[in-house]
Design a protein around this ligand. Sequence first.
Ligand code: R5P
Length: 265
Amino acid sequence: MDWGLQNRLARIIKPATGRTVMLAVDHGYFLGPTSKLENPRATIEPIVEYADALMPTRGVLRTSVDPKTQTPIVLRVSGGTSIIGPSLADESITTTFEEAIRLNVTAVALSIFVGTDYEHNTLMNLADLVNEGETYGIPVLAVTAVGKELGKRDARFLSLSCRIAAELGAHFVKTYYCEEFEKVVEGCPVPVVIAGGPKLDTMNDVFPLTYEAINRGAVGVDMGRNIWQSEHPVAAIQAVRAIVHEKATVAKALELFNDLKATRN
Ligand code: R5P
């Protein structure tokens, strides 16, 4: 791996712990004004300082993120579909590398849809991005998307998707947590982060998910709704950080969350 690429990756996956807490705010690219992300700036501003990386589209980056931010940007560069359209899997690359460089991003991200009619197209999107990423020293995050079929989130399917992403050259992979998650990690020779998925009922559900994912080999999270749809997002992201970076137990994270929400938000 070239120096620039290693250096950018190390800005996201922190060398001190080998871990990362990424904050996903790209949902609007196919969901529109998602609940609690209707005003992206208002959602992002209070929590971005606690994230090791922020994952927006270029539209939200330009309109809703302070250019003075010190948080590295992982730019979502695939899209072109909507939740009411015929297929979420029919994505193209929306943003050029020239644009990504102009925006001073630290990495780019796209979704791949293995097992769909658009498998080949989205995998070739990944291969093309990796070719360009290697040229410019910009890492590529492959998101193993499942579209509307949330039932696909099992170790067999996610191992297949993650491994294919790594084989095509993705520098890190984002997937879902599942039973036997360690098998997904074992079969994937690049770092794996997990999405949070749809909002869970309480932090009593989110912290065990985070803890188990880390315990079974994830290098971190790229979490969205379970942080900013929380009633206490600043407390939520700090408690997730404690699990990811400080090996906090679920009980410790809950204690921290309760303390922080009582004092700050
Ligand atoms: C989905 O395709 C988006 O890329 C989200 O960034 C991703 O699902 C992570 O967000 P959440 O934790 O809300 O699932």
